[in-house]
Design a binder for this molecule. Structure first.
Ligand SMILES: [Zn+2]
Length: 165
């Protein structure tokens, strides 16, 4: 598992020509760079990630499925460190995850009670993600932002709703 920036750059704190070009072309972002620096420091070079997505006040870090736990850290230690350093909420998601696990990871600590398929007027398939009523206050952000994040990760159109009973 690798970071989007090379070791040389992480060690020196300056960008080599290769990484500089990646940043200029948009292949990596300043946010990727900032996250890579933190992980390099706290993870002994053993924790990597694929990419990061920044939407609203949230950063989604996408990594290999079996790396999710490592990146979150013991009782969320590493995620908290990233969150504190960057001043944003942080969520970690496994790459190529299905809608169910993406919804669960993005909405935590609020619990998902179910997902229904609904059809729009145009016949287009959408998904209604239901959150347990008692968890409505634990939803970690604005619903439109969360829907947008889920779409970015799964390409699915979703509507998050809170259970009524
Ligand atoms: Zn480099």
């Amino acid at each position: 598992m690798v970071l989007p920036v090379c070791d040389v750059c992480l060690k020196s704190g300056m960008l080599c020509q290769g990484c500089e070009n990646k940043l200029k072309s948009g292949e990596i972002t300043q946010m990727d760079l900032d996250i890579a620096k933190i992980l390099y420091k706290v993870g002994d070079g053993k924790i990597g990630f694929e990419k990061s997505i920044e939407i609203g006040d949230m950063i989604i870090i996408v990594t290999e499925k079996d790396q999710v736990g490592k990146l979150i850290g013991k009782s969320g230690k590493i995620v908290r460190e990233i969150s504190r350093t960057l001043g944003k909420k942080v969520r970690v998601v496994g790459e190529n995850s299905d809608l169910r696990s993406v919804a669960r990871d993005i909405l935590a600590p609020a619990r998902v009670s179910g997902i229904n398929i609904v059809y729009g007027k145009d016949g287009q398939e959408k998904f209604k993600i239901r959150v347990m009523r008692e968890d409505s206050r634990k939803i970690p952000g604005r619903l439109d932002v969360l829907n947008q994040i889920i779409k970015e990760l799964t390409s699915d159109e979703t509507t998050i709703v809170v259970d009524r009973d």
